[in-house]
Write a protein that binds this ligand. Sequence first.
Ligand SMILES: [Zn+2]
Length: 317
Amino acid sequence: MKPPAFPEGKRFAFSIVDDTDVATVANVGPIYELLKALGMRTTKTVWPFRWHGEGSNFASSETLEDPAYLAFVQRLAVDGFEIASHGATMESSDRATTEAAIERHRALFGTVPRLYVNHSFNQENVYWGTDRLDDLVLKRLYARVNGKPAGYYQGHVPGSPWWWGDLCRSHHEYVRNMTFSSLNVLRANPSMPYVDPSRPLVRSWFSSADADDCREFIDLVTPERVDQLEAEGGVCIISTHLGKRYVENGRVHPQVERALRDIARRPGWFVPVSPLLDWLRSQQPKDTAGSLPSGEWRRMQWRWAIDLVRRRLQRSR
Ligand SMILES: [Zn+2]
């Protein structure tokens, strides 16, 4: 595939989607300072609301209800970072709460989030769990390992208390589905962003590379892989949780800092994910824009599954 010619004469693109799990001003503030200083603008997801129940794995996270965190995120928006949605809060939310969260976002930032990312086991997730997949073999395998029964995720199911698919379609332009282990996402999904007619409540889907935490980021973003990304003229979007040990004692992990500085000194295009996807879409041939060839989709599902198993095995070591 011919590499795209990026704006401003840049030779590759690099961005991050930061899922907001366990994030606080203290544990992500310094890495955003670094990204800003390096001229990188990325995408940060947020939760507008606190969760008032007990026993959440994400209870240490700050939300837009925390004044210092809100001020921090509003500053990021002013500085050119994209503020996106990770749902209303860290556990499942009914339709009214999700709708209120979207309106809260609009009140705080003047606009609704263009990009949304499903979160963990939230039941309002759209097309999540086995509904992410069409391959029957993978659906069956995933149902066994995923720990939730088919039909558990219901954001896209009209009549369910978790239904908000119509709001997802009307408010959000981009939703993430598949994640992979290679930096250049166009290798796995050259047609992104794409439309999936069988999942009509999402306007456009995108894929990304995946690094759960700081350790996985360091393992993924090696100078050799960045050399390859640059040589291929690739597009790298990394899904990660910047709240997971990227910052310790107020300092960005030195290996992460080294990796980001290495990328920043190269001729890359460092914009948030939505403008990057807008631009990719503008480059698609008019007659096939947004369509995903069935062979590409079949390969994506298998590659996603294989990469997922590999990452899980590495984590368990
Ligand atoms: Zn999450």
